[in-house]
Design a protein around this ligand. Structure first.
Ligand SMILES: CSC[C@@H](O)[C@@H](O)C(=O)COP(=O)(O)O
Ligand SMILES: [Zn+2]
Length: 205
């Protein structure tokens, strides 16, 4: 993990919002993004902004306990980002997307996880050297209380072999990495596998 300066984090967050929106994974102000900063604070998106049209003023700083450091209102889901940084000290960036495929999958699957087996794309996830594996993407029920989501998902995130990602049912995907590039790769790889699973089912139907 490389903690970076606020101006660099702001640049990365503005860029990732454009990228995710271009993919159709940030509709209607959904999603939020954060980066661990070199002074121990965090850069995070301001709440309610359209993430494909972020300007520099739409990225702010919060302390490790989520307090606004510049008077702006941080993402409503800031606590979920900070929980990931606390659990995984090597995490440097966290992304949250709302894609139709991932949200659809989370609604179609009743259990607390979805297993990807045999995908070459599994190798895009850190620490997975082969396609010949099964990786369970945890799924947690949605809540407007971030402490409820955090409490319910933490055991699954700490399980052996857990990917650096989870789905909130009827809501969206969280993914993280040592830096922004790795977090982007995690989100893109999982979205690819979810889309592939959907395509597979449509060909079989
Ligand atoms: C408008 S739907 C999305 C929001 O309710 C929320 O889930 C979200 O992802 C964005 O919230 P935000 O407070 O802008 O970070
Ligand atoms: Zn959301």
């Amino acid at each position: 993990m490389t903690a970076i300066s606020f101006p660099e984090a702001r640049r990365q967050i503005v860029a990732v919002g454009r990228w995710l929106d271009g993919k159709g994974w940030a509709p209607a102000t959904s999603g939020n993004y954060s980066v661990r900063l070199d002074d121990g604070s965090f850069a995070v998106t301001v709440s309610g902004r359209h993430k494909g049209r972020l300007g520099e003023e739409d990225v702010m700083r919060v302390s490790a306990d989520g307090a606004s450091l510049d008077g702006k209102k941080p993402s409503a889901e800031t606590a979920l980002h900070l929980a990931i940084y606390r659990l995984f000290p090597e995490a440097g960036a966290v992304l949250h997307s709302h894609s139709p495929d991932s949200v659809g999958l989370s609604r179609a699957v009743a259990g607390d996880g979805f297993t990807f087996t045999g995908h070459e794309m599994l190798k895009a996830l850190p620490g997975n050297p082969t396609h010949d594996a099964s990786v369970v993407l945890p799924i947690v029920d949605n809540s407007q209380d971030m402490a409820v989501i955090d409490g319910a998902i933490t055991p699954a995130l700490l399980a052996a072999g857990a990917p650096p990602a989870y789905l909130i049912r009827s809501h969206g995907l969280y993914g993280w990495g040592r830096d922004m590039a790795e977090a982007e790769r995690v989100i893109e790889a999982i979205e690819f596998m979810v889309a592939t699973e959907r395509a597979e089912r449509s060909f079989r139907a």
